[in-house]
Design a protein around this ligand. Structure first.
Ligand code: GUN
Length: 281
């Protein structure tokens, strides 16, 4: 069976729209997300466009800052710092990766934890590690919502995450652990990868290599979540060899239309949460 992120996402956005309206009626302003992009990477440009249009779709305000590659680091830092100090801005997102030469860490450190709607800050990631989540990284958060739609009990299941990035693999592993799964994290240096993935009841692929996960690596009846978005000959392809793995999986996410739309929905949810949290200070 397919888990359509697009459909789950559409329902969630409809619900968000109502909550955003309630927020505006109560506080006299819309929740506001500021998005900063540097450079011309076409994939990043598309993601940012979708984030901006997602805001409009649920009735949120967005601010869009676009800088050419080569803009001085200090200019980006000044923008982030002024958004950090602006009370009408609830969330700040710097689209990653930044072009070569920028000090990403220095820029991200200027985003206050309260406005870190990506859930990338050491505090937000640390709180998740301690199972006291505040802002949860959007992609893994979306995956958990998609897993919930299967109705499958997660506790006690073997979950294998391929990929150990701070943005997806690590928070994904922590969320699954917090849901009482037995979690294994694999990566490019892992020995005997297929032996490990074959034991997975839940397999999350976040590698960034097209069709990396093949049918022989998957257990019969596994739930397979494909986080990959790779462009091959102008087509979007996931990290999973969908045509063949689909035959073995009990549930599987398609690419496109799977995890991608859900990520943006969780970003919108995180922005609303940040706006609400500010009113409760
Ligand atoms: N680049 C790819 N995915 C993401 C994301 O979720 N957030 C940010 N800031 N950059 C990204």
């Amino acid at each position: 069976m397919l888990i359509y992120g697009k459909a789950v996402s559409a329902d969630a956005r409809e619900e968000l729209k109502g909550k955003v309206e309630d927020f505006e009626n109560k506080y006299g302003r819309k929740p506001c997300l500021a998005v900063i992009i540097v450079g011309e990477d076409p994939a990043s440009q598309t993601y940012v466009k979708n984030k901006i249009s997602g805001c409009a779709q649920v009735g949120m305000k967005s601010l869009h800052y676009e800088y050419a590659d080569g803009t001085p680091q200090s200019e980006i830092e000044n923008t982030v710092a002024s958004l950090a100090a602006d009370d009408t801005v609830d969330g700040i997102l710097v689209q990653l990766p930044l072009p070569k030469g920028y000090d990403e860490k220095k820029i991200l450190e200027l985003i206050p934890d309260e406005k870190d709607v990506d859930g990338f800050s050491p505090t937000n990631l640390g709180l998740l590690a301690m199972n006291r989540p505040r802002t949860i990284s959007c992609t893994p958060f979306g995956v958990m919502k998609m897993l919930a739609t299967t109705g499958v009990e997660l506790a006690g299941k073997n979950a294998v995450v391929i990929g150990r990035s701070n943005t997806v693999g690590k928070p994904m592993a922590m969320l699954l652990l917090n849901a009482d799964c037995t979690v294994t994290v694999c990566h490019s240096k892992t020995h005997g990868l297929a032996e490990i993935t074959k034991k997975a009841d839940i397999l999350v692929a976040a590698i960034g290599r097209p069709k990396f996960v093949t049918a022989d690596m998957v257990k019969d009846g596994a739930i397979v979540i494909d986080v990959g978005i790779n462009r091959v000959d102008g087509k979007l392809v996931g990290d999973v060899d969908f045509e063949n793995v689909e035959k073995k999986a009990s549930f599987i996410t398609p690419v496109p239309g799977g995890v991608g739309p859900m990520t943006i929905t969780m970003l919108l949810a995180n922005t609303l949460e940040a706006a609400v949290a500010k009113t409760q200070k």
